[in-house]
Design a binder for this molecule. Structure first.
Ligand code: F6R
Length: 616
């Protein structure tokens, strides 16, 4: 949530900052702004709405400087107004700041600063931090070895409670940026006599693949020639420069109208990447390099706990089903946001897994810290190398699906399902699963990219169905067992990108309440795969048809549905239970996508949402 970009180097900062903001826009799109250090002071442009509005506004300014900061906002404190847009400028004009996060004690700091003559023109917590830095800048004598500018930022941050990723400039420190983080991501791109600091690799990848993942409590000081990192307590930090493996292409639309569509169609390749090199030589199990847990320790685990938010929580539910079904081990899947405050009694020897695409979701991070505080080992299924969750867990499994830019998660979700299925196999083979069943399971996993491809080939037909149903304003999504979480996911996808009310339910629960919603005005998307409860699923659809409900049935090849139960049928390949949730997800992704497009919604930037939820 919120994206920040700062540039110092030889090129015109404004061009680079705007390019970076466009790539970070998925993190928030309530307003955007930039500030550039010019020969005669600081020049700021900011505007509510998308980066496009800022581009128009910027034409009224002459940005010539080579040092600047910028921001795309997802509003927390204060409404969506030009005044609340970042960058903010201190009332003495000496400090300008962009910020991702929340300063929780801003009220008391504001009171302190107001009493000392500082004034405020916005309702934001950020402007308070900006003035706090200005206060220290005015007050602190410079340490002879340190620039007064860096010292004042450090001093201010020692008093700031909450979370922040910030970039700061001062007209009195030309060619310098100070950036810092605590709880919000910040990455330094190391170029040739130029540096970019940004919330996400996407903003800097077109300039450099060499990055430093800054850690909480670190402050980086940039000049066009050099950078240095210190802690808030002024201790020097030795920078580790990593190389990002993906290229700028991964963050481009490449001919697709939306990132969501691109990412849906990328899934066969993404799934290949998640599996690559992760099967044993005898082809009977999955292996992972990063679990940091040997088979003996694994066997001692008596319970797994999976934690995540939103779509990632749905992946937790599928992992629960597969681990219980194949590895015969008790599993709990919980919302990370609930787990962290519920204080649930934990006994025995549980192993925690957090699932997160971004690796920055604050609720998931909070849950992970809570489990670690209680002394438990926590591993991650995560897509973002160097993310806070990747760093704070005791090990884990990277998804390797490349950047996911569409706000609605698609390829990251199916990859999480795949990794969960591989983990279930890994554990099952340490327990009771036979070699032959392991080989069959591995072959099923290896075949999943092709199965997904076959469903994607049905996109034109799914689009036709979507066009017939795009005008409805309520939907039910129904499924059982491992497809109940996919029903939840289908409902979430539809509501988040098309603003249609949708609910996911276990199909048999329908008769305990939701059936009251059924009418010709509320269609149901119903998963009816080949299974031992096929007849029970058919009975549930009959109950819908008896009440004039429309049905879109997603079934597997070879299933014979009684005549008249389905208004629309989407047939997916018959497949192993471990991969069924992945294959069944594709039609609901496509259905939601095409319905949202038909309704004229901005699918990549749905209202009120932002990717990577870094506030509670
Ligand atoms: C929905 C969606 C969100 C995320 C959730 C967790 O399409 O993308 O529900 O799944 O915010 O995000 P991560 O996985 O980054 O922790």
């Amino acid at each position: 949530m919120c994206g920040i970009v700062g540039y110092v180097g030889r090129q015109k900062a404004a061009t680079i900052l705007i390019e970076g903001l466009k790539r970070l826009e998925y993190r928030g799109y309530d307003s955007a702004g930039l500030a550039v250090l010019q020969n005669d002071g600081i020049e700021i442009a900011k505007k509510t709405g998308r980066v496009g509005n800022l581009v128009k506004e910027a034409k009224h300014h002459r940005f010539t400087g080579t040092t600047g900061i910028s921001h795309t906002r997802w509003a927390t404190h204060g409404g969506v107004t030009d005044a609340n847009a970042h960058p903010h400028l201190s009332s003495d004009g000496k400090i300008s700041l962009v910020h991702n996060g929340v300063i929780e004690n801003y009220v008391s700091i504001k009171k302190f600063l107001s009493a000392r003559g500082y004034t405020f023109s916005s309702e934001t917590d950020t402007e308070v931090l900006c003035n706090l830095i200005a206060y220290h800048y005015a007050k602190e004598p410079a340490d002879p070895d340190q620039s007064r500018f860096v010292t004042s930022v450090r001093q201010a941050l020692r008093h700031a409670e909450g979370t922040y990723g910030i970039a700061v400039i001062s007209p009195e420190a030309p060619g310098e940026i100070v950036a810092a983080r605590k709880g919000s991501p910040l990455i330094l791109g190391v170029g040739d006599n130029e540096f970019i600091v940004a919330s996400d690799v996407a903003a800097l990848i077109s300039h450099t693949q060499n990055v430093v993942y800054l850690k909480d409590g670190e402050v980086v000081h940039l000049t066009p020639k050099d950078f240095s990192i210190t802690t808030l307590d002024q201790e020097d930090v030795e920078a580790v420069v990593d190389r990002v493996t993906w290229t700028v292409d991964a963050a481009e639309l490449n001919g697709h109208p939306h990132f969501m569509e691109k990412e849906i169609f990328e899934q066969p390749a993404a799934l290949e990447n998640s599996m690559r090199g992760r099967f044993s030589e005898d082809g009977s199990t999955a292996k992972f390099g990063g679990l940091n847990l040997g088979p003996v320790e694994f066997r001692q685990i008596d319970r797994f706990v999976f934690l995540g938010c939103g779509t990632a929580w749905h992946a937790c539910l599928v992992a629960e089903h597969l681990l219980e079904r194949f590895a015969r081990v008790p599993v709990e899947a919980d919302y990370a946001s609930e787990f962290r405050y519920r204080n649930s009694p934990l006994s025995g020897n549980p192993l925690f897994f957090v699932i997160s695409q971004s690796g920055e979701t604050i609720d998931t991070l909070g849950a992970l810290r809570e489990a670690k505080r209680k002394g438990y080992k926590v591993l991650a299924i995560n897509n973002t190398v160097g993310s806070t969750i990747a760093r704070e867990t005791d090990g884990g499994i990277y998804q390797h699906v490349g950047p996911e830019i569409g706000v609605a998660s698609t390829k990251a979700f199916t990859s999480q399902l795949l990794v969960g299925a591989m983990l279930a196999l890994h554990v099952a083979r340490m327990r009771d699963m036979s070699f032959a069943d392991g080989v069959e399971y591995v072959n099923a996993l290896k075949g999943v990219p092709d199965l997904v491809r076959r469903v994607l080939e049905q996109a034109p037909r799914i689009k036709e169905i979507a066009l017939r149903y795009a005008h409805y304003s309520d939907f039910l999504f129904l499924g059982r067992l491992s497809l109940f979480p996919i029903a939840l996911e289908g409902a979430l996808k539809l509501k988040e990108i098309s603003y249609i009310h949708a609910e996911g339910y276990p199909a048999a629960e329908m008769k305990h309440g939701p059936i009251a919603l059924i009418s010709e005005k509320c269609p149901s998307v119903f998963f009816v795969p080949k299974s031992e409860i096929f007849n029970k699923l058919v009975s549930s659809i009959q109950e819908i048809k008896a009440r004039n409900g429309k049905t879109i049935v997603i079934t597997t090849e070879g299933c014979e549905l009684p005549p008249g139960v389905a208004d629309e049928i989407i047939t997916i390949p018959d497949c192993h239970e471990a991969v069924l949730p992945i294959v069944a997800t594709i039609p609901v992704q496509l259905l939601s996508y095409y319905i949202a497009v038909a309704r004229g919604c901005d699918v990549d930037k749905p209202r009120n949402l932002a990717k990577s939820v870094t506030v509670e």
